[in-house]
Design a protein around this ligand. Structure first.
Ligand code: IVH
Length: 718
């Protein structure tokens, strides 16, 4: 009997699992046809029958409910249905802080950045961080015209029709509101409404929802606004986007104006000036948390004065003037069933605890990272004890696991009383479990201490390193090749067929040519098919030209992440110039080496790692084969058009009087200038304040243009 005809009551667990997978895919398919193209293939009754079967199986096997199950989608529309909205101002996220010290650091960093502000003179607002979805509401001539989700921060989804059903959101603003107003805040579902909804679902024998946040999100993404209306969503206003006129010059004042305009604002918002008060308010909110009718996951602090917010500005994704102080993560007890070792791209051996599945904060956890040998032993990165003596992690141990936000779960501690008799200390491997090469802990040259990471010395012979390297190469922020996911990379890597195998990154780009000449056809292999093969080759071809920073990032040089790759691309401009400079920097002294070290944001460890990469003939050979197939595009140096300092290199020296060093640097960089730490022939300007010494001398010697702080300000003012 085919699985899809077996009565629900007689399904085995394994059959149920397969059937839920099939139903999820099939229902999603029909949803897409129905909503997306208005071309249903089956009758409504048949569709309902599929959903009923899905619900019935889930009721029988609640442990098998899939995250992509139709029951969890709240009937929400599939991606791509709503029109896109480009935000007039990006919607940013917040940095997180976890401890009182972090908060002190945040406040100190604000003072340090601004400089010369007397103690306790900067006020901060502190308000709950609502666990919902951020929303941008645009009013033109005082009428609500667009409501958009955050999306990726730049582009969101247009959910205006649904937002109009939320009673708490005004459709119209009072006559004194400016012409263009974008109010931002959080849409959420009250806990009481969530529980009532679930009670109703249960009474109707339907699958219940997981949490208020997901339900709010699903309720908003409805094709039929009537459904949204029935869900009683709510809103708190706390921020803004474009404003044709600012009605206040403080955060606090803005929120009060929003309230006057008819928006709900959170009653637990305070305006405070000392770290002690801020932390006190955080504790208060923490105590009230359980009694609030909405989920919160922390407290947000923002610099109150908007002129100071403007001076502080932004890092790449988050403002310097705000932070989210998160509540402690949720924890649970479970047991360690096994400890496996994973070998990463750089050869690092990472132990992973396989756990008896346990729910932590609404998510089933089965694995937790154990980081390294020291961590298992109970020793932290700086050699300090992180767990009591004897609390090393052993197979069979009962442990406390913690999950904070979306990060990988952690094993916090061992419950010694529950340690099974005879449980042996875990012995960390001294050989790579994949290639058998020695695995060693390197000595840090500077500190003389053992590195915490145990690394496989196999290099290119280690299959784990090679395959992880390819996975990194095709990943989203590197070459981003659609159709080459983890599974496919594993398949091509394992293949012994010369027409199929991909052992190094350049092989990706020769795959099609090898296929064309061969009788083994990818499209005949299970899991591939004609269309997907065509799409894969198209996706590969689309990357034969690639941004320089992505190319550099994709090389997988140790310590070179996305940010460093961008710095390198911006500094050297072309791959040729970059690779030439790195070869020249090889001896780790001289002009090229100094220049590399002078790039702000690149330290000695990173510089050394890049230079080492370019000394290895095997790396050069792989890169050369890659360059035969792929063309890295020259980097655009310009960040801000029209700024007179774009692409210029500037050195600040001596004491500055109008800005702190950090602020001067951030401002210069935001205008497209590079800020260097020392003066060389490549320096364009030296901005010298009182007390300038050797750098000023060097500038004069090299004939570099020297200016005062005021002259610099005149220059950047254009
Ligand atoms: S302010 C530029 N205030 O948290 C700063 N965000 O992690 C804009 N959130 O995407 C955000 N409550 O969805 C701010 N009181 C609050 C918030 C809040 C919840 C969410 C928001 C944002 C995310 C950032």
């Amino acid at each position: 009997m085919a699985v899809d005809t077996i009565p629900v009551e007689t399904l085995s667990e394994e059959q149920a699992k397969a059937e839920l997978q099939r139903l999820a895919a099939e229902i999603a398919h029909h949803d897409a046809l129905y909503h997306g193209k208005d071309q249903p293939e089956i009758t409504d009754a048949d569709y309902d029958e599929l959903k009923r079967r899905n619900d019935a199986i889930e009721a029988q096997f609640p442990q098998l409910v899939r995250t992509d199950s139709p029951s969890q989608r709240v009937g929400a529309a599939p991606a791509g249905i709503f029109a896109q909205v480009v935000h007039a101002r990006p919607m940013l996220s917040l940095d997180n802080t976890f401890s009182d010290e972090d908060v002190q650091d945040f406040v100190s960093s604000v003072y340090r950045f601004l400089g010369q502000m007397p103690d306790n003179s900067i006020a901060f607002t502190a308000e709950p961080k609502i666990d919902g979805l951020s929303m941008s509401l645009r009013y033109e001539s005082r009428k609500l015209v667009t409501a958009a989700t955050r999306g990726d921060g730049t582009t969101g989804e247009n959910v205006t029709a649904n937002i109009r059903t939320i009673r708490e959101i005004p459709q119209e603003l009072p006559a004194d509101a400016p012409d263009i107003v974008e109010v931002r805040g959080e849409v959420y579902m009250a806990k009481s409404d969530f529980m009532a909804l679930n009670a109703q679902m249960e009474a109707e024998g339907r699958q219940t929802y997981v949490n208020p946040r997901n339900t709010a999100s699903g309720s908003l993404r409805q094709v039929d606004p009537k459904v949204t209306a029935s869900r009683n969503l709510r809103f708190y206003a706390y921020a803004w986007g474009e404003m044709s006129q600012m009605p206040s010059d403080t955060q606090w004042g803005m929120v009060q104006v929003f309230e006057r305009w008819g928006f709900p604002v959170n009653p637990l918002t305070r305006r405070l000036t000392s770290v002690a008060e801020i932390i006190g308010h955080y504790s208060d909110i923490g105590l009230k948390r359980a009694d609030l009718d909405y989920d919160i996951d922390g407290v947000v602090y923002k610099v109150d004065r908007l002129d100071l917010q403007a001076r502080l500005g932004f890092r790449s994704r988050s403002p310097r003037w705000a932070t989210a102080h998160k509540f402690p993560a949720e924890q649970a007890f479970t047991t360690v069933e096994a400890i496996d070792i994973q070998v990463g791209r750089t050869g690092a051996l990472t132990p992973v605890a396989r756990l008896t599945p346990v729910t932590v904060g609404g998510v089933v956890v089965t694995n937790a990272t154990l980081h390294n040998a020291d961590y298992i032993e109970g020793i932290g990165n700086s050699g300090q004890r992180i767990r009591d003596e004897e609390h090393d992690i052993r197979i069979g141990d009962t442990v406390i696991v913690q999950r904070a936000g979306d990060v990988i779960p952690q094993v916090l501690d061992v419950v010694l009383e529950k340690r099974p008799e005879g449980a042996a200390k875990y012995v960390f491997p001294t050989k790579c479990p994949v290639c058998g090469s020695h695995a060693v802990r390197e000595k840090n040259e500077k500190t003389g201490k053992l590195d915490s990471v145990t690394r496989c010395t196999g290099g290119f012979v280690c299959r784990a390193q090679a395959v992880e390297h390819i996975k990194h190469f095709v990943s989203r922020n590197a070459f981003d090749i659609e159709g080459l996911g983890t599974k496919q990379v594993d398949f091509f890597f394992e293949s012994e067929d010369p027409a199929l195998m991909i052992r190094t990154a350049p092989d990706i780009f020769t795959l099609k040519a090898r296929q064309d000449q061969s009788l083994t056809k990818l499209e005949n292999i299970e899991g591939f098919g004609r269309v997907s093969v065509r799409k894969l080759f198209e996706a590969i071809d689309a990357r034969r030209e690639i941004a320089l920073n992505r190319f550099i990032f994709a090389l997988g040089i140790r310590h070179v992440g996305e940010t460093t790759a961008k710095l390198l691309a911006r500094s050297y401009g072309s791959y040729g110039a970059f690779s030439e400079a790195m070869q020249a920097a090889g001896p780790k002294f001289g002009e090229a080496w100094n220049e590399l070290n002078n790039i702000e944001g690149i330290g000695e460890v990173v510089a050394a790692s890049i230079v080492e990469f370019f000394k290895e003939p095997r790396n050069l050979e792989v890169v050369q084969r890659l360059l035969d197939e792929v063309r890295p595009l020259d980097a655009e140096v310009a960040v801000t058009t029209g700024s007179p300092v774009v692409g210029k290199t500037v050195v600040f020296t001596g004491s500055l009087e109008r800005f702190t060093r950090d602020e001067a640097k951030a401002r210069a960089e935001s205008l497209g200038a590079k800020v260097a730490g020392s003066v060389s022939k490549k320096t364009d300007y030296v901005v010298a304040g009182p007390g300038a010494g050797s750098k000023l001398d060097k500038a004069r010697e090299l004939g570099v243009q020297v200016m005062t702080e005021d002259e610099w300000l005149d220059l950047i003012a254009g």
